[in-house]
Design a protein around this ligand. Structure first.
Ligand SMILES: Nc1ncnc2c1ncn2[C@@H]1O[C@H](COP(=O)(O)OP(=O)(O)O)[C@@H](O)[C@H]1O
Ligand SMILES: [Mg+2]
Length: 335
């Protein structure tokens, strides 16, 4: 649905070109939640804002639904922008307008609907984001999570088919973040809305995204299905984000378990395999014992996964490794 062909962007600052996005190819499919993760200054916002041409590319071609948006005239661009909603880290609501008026704003600007039709649409949108009782409040009277719900309702007002989210949960506490992400997942499913979401938190990617691109210094250094990148990151930047998400601190990262006897394995289970009693079975069959050195069981979007680091001692360890390899798990021998 969204296609970047060798798109690049440099900002001209006092006579110098600052490259923000190096020539990039990118394909985002209809209906997916596509995440872009990177540290501050990596070029995420630049990439996102090129999609609705809030930034003009320095070169390359951007197609949305087969239409070259880089070639649109002003009228074409206005129409195209109605197809692309956007939400922001700091919500960007108008403080002097009520919740309902904030949501009505894009519809009034578009000038296509009657007053009654706008009122009906706004009421439906506020109900959709759970704010039907707050229509006449002002932004200052709302919590951060409620403000972002207004932002989402406003972004959906013109019934776009793409929603761009620029660090939409970065100003929210963890619980509110969870609720807003859940709302985004719902509207993605129910409206078949394509969502492009940028963040510096791997946990946000893990919870809602289908695919992810990792950015570093204006370059996409790795991309793929979230399960792939999250469970088996290849690039150093991706690995760092995963370690941050797992709250592994600097010391643990470098723990080679030198003081632990035995062979050390890392097992990754996904989907149904997460609940299969493989560890017990293999222990009985091969006589190995193990201690669990690290572990986590969680979900990637809707798919459960488990990752365990084990030290194996006693019994037939090679047979145990072969048995794990034959099972529905991904196995890495760490030592
Ligand atoms: N309007 C601008 N003018 C000049 N430089 C900019 C502008 N916007 C972003 N940059 C620079 O481009 C790079 C990428 O920025 P940005 O896309 O905002 O990254 P991110 O969203 O990942 O933090 C940074 O070096 C930033 O300083
Ligand atoms: Mg940014």
């Amino acid at each position: 649905m969204i296609n970047f062909h060798q798109v690049h962007k440099a900002y001209r600052v006092s006579g110098h070109d600052i490259p923000a996005l190096r020539p990039t190819d990118l394909q985002i499919a209809r209906g997916e939640v596509f995440g872009i993760i990177g540290h501050s200054g990596a070029g995420k916002s630049t990439l996102l804002r090129l999609i609705n041409r809030l930034e003009e590319p320095s070169g390359g071609r951007i197609e949305i639904d087969g239409v070259d948006v880089t070639a649109l005239d002003a009228a074409g661009l206005r129409r195209q922008r109605q197809q692309v909603g956007m939400i922001f880290q700091h919500f960007n609501l108008l403080a002097s307008k009520t919740v309902a008026d904030n949501v009505a704003m894009p519809l009034k600007l578009a000038g296509e609907l009657s007053r009654t039709a706008i009122e009906q649409r706004v009421a439906a949108l506020l109900a959709r984001v759970g704010l039907q009782d707050h229509a006449n409040k002002y932004p200052a009277q709302l919590s951060g999570g409620q403000k972002q719900r207004v932002g989402i309702a406003r972004a959906l007002a013109t019934e776009p088919n793409i929603l761009l989210c620029d660090e939409a949960t970065s100003a929210l506490d963890p619980q509110t973040t969870g609720q807003v992400l859940q709302l985004l997942a719902e509207i993605n499913r129910e409206l078949n809305l394509t969502i492009v979401l940028i963040t510096h938190e791997m946990d946000v990617i893990r919870r809602v995204c289908d695919r992810v691109a990792v950015m570093d210094a204006g370059v996409i250094v790795e991309q793929g299905p979230v399960a792939e990148v999250f469970l088996h990151p290849q690039h150093a930047t991706s690995k760092r984000f995963v370690q941050e998400a797992e709250h592994v601190d600097g010391d643990e990262q470098h723990d080679d378990f030198a003081h632990v006897p035995g062979r050390i394995l890392r097992l990754t289970f996904q989907g149904e395999a997460t609940y299969a009693p493989l560890l017990g079975t293999v222990a009985r069959e091969t006589g190995v014992d193990y201690s669990i050195l690290a572990g986590r069981i969680d979900r990637i979007k809707d798919t459960p996964y488990g990752q365990l680091t084990l030290a194996l001692t006693g019994g037939d360890i090679d047979a145990a490794i072969a048995r794990f390899n034959a099972g529905d798990v991904h196995l890495e021998v760490l030592r």
